[in-house]
Design a binder for this molecule. Sequence first.
Ligand code: FES
Length: 504
Amino acid sequence: MTTLPGKPKSFWLDSTETTSFPQMENVTVDVAIIGAGITGITAAYLLKKAGKTVALIEAQQIAASASGHTTAKVTSLHQLIYATLIDRHGEDAARLYGESNQAGVEFIAATVEKEGIDCDFQRNDTYSFAEDKKNLDKIQKEYDAAVKLGLPAEFVTETTLPFDIAGAIKFTNQAQFHVRKYLLHLANTIPGNGSYIFEDSRVQTVDEGTPCKVHANGITLQATDVLLTTHLPIVDTGLFFAKTYPQRSYIIGAKISEEKAPAGMYIGVGNNYHSIRTTPAEDGGLLLLIGGGGHKVGEKSETEESYQELARYIHSHFGIDKIDYRWSSQDYESFDKLPYIGKLTPANEHIYVATGFNLWGMSKGTMAGMLLADLVQGKTNPWADLYDSLRATPFVTQESIKNNLDVGKHWVMDRLKGIQDWSTDDVKPGEGKIITLKGEKVGVYKDEAGKVTAVNATCPHLACIVNWNSAEKSWDCPCHGGRFTCDGKVIQGPAVKDLEQKVV
Ligand code: FES
């Protein structure tokens, strides 16, 4: 078995206390918010401040899923986006995208100040850089687009990175922070005076009505409005699973001296790019975070290779050999590069969604929380039309056609995989494999001590066959990104039910 570097835990989680809120109760509130990441917490914080009663409901622990596994860069420079947005949606839309994301950055800055949040918040510059000359035209195009839109862009060829670059676009006055310290502080303002936070409460269904009904753990909660802020909505009727695709990426963290640490936050462009930033470590030093290795969920089984590649990169580019942390992350990308924020379907008056943040969840998640809070209160918001969740989806782009064909291919072809005549010797300790047992696909995992666990490998969401993820020891669904522990418990929706346990 490959030995992976570093502690297998997000630094953000490792450096903060675990939360412990009660399970969902049968209360009545103005707004139920399902999913307690940055979008849900921001919306709950704003709505409570506006005088609404809220229930923030999380399937596991708050601020611990996507928001607990991010790089936590707070910026409106999203690698390469503005030239694409101008091409696809026009200048006004691209400008509004920049303004709304910068508003997300400024909301975080202002909230840290107003609430006195100790979360290592720091104003910083952000760079998208081309290491190789062959990618310089992408940077130039992005720079031209950003200048045209009046964004705070500069073109530079020198940075504080310890290696040469061909060129970079730089946005000044962006920010970085410790995402959990920020979110846990906001969350602590929510409970009380008719508002609640509930954990370990996986919502199974939501019924639209007067009031809406939210069902979890056999309990029903009532709310005038419901926000689905679960990364990908857990309610399928809006078809957001077919309008986005899930992407996994990997992060490692390693101690770095002050002298060697780069100033600013960076992301490369081109194939196999990397994300770079530092953050204060718990012992007073600095931790260098390197991200990369992205791929579609469930399409790579040997995921250890992604961590090994990051370890090679930090060695070759920063001369660092000792890795302290490793973790992975997941996000949903929309085909038209804009998030979906608004009503679940045209028929839903009181159920709202936010999804498709395309890997830039800090500014977009905050902006989405702000927008959802306005929509629920019936307030006009200048970004509502741009991100309208009911807009037509471009199903005929190359990307969307390929993705939906891939989903169809998985649905059919993955039914042909699976070892037919198997014995437990076919599965090595620490490994998971799909087998075929009496015509049924079964996921078999053998732990390091040789104990075998088996689950029905058919995803309870829309019946694709899950794949083994070797680095995370999870069963991952290649269709819409549902993930399950090695013994079948849901880690990540859109699935809301566990994989059924099997005896083999
Ligand atoms: Fe949709 Fe598995 S997540 S079929």
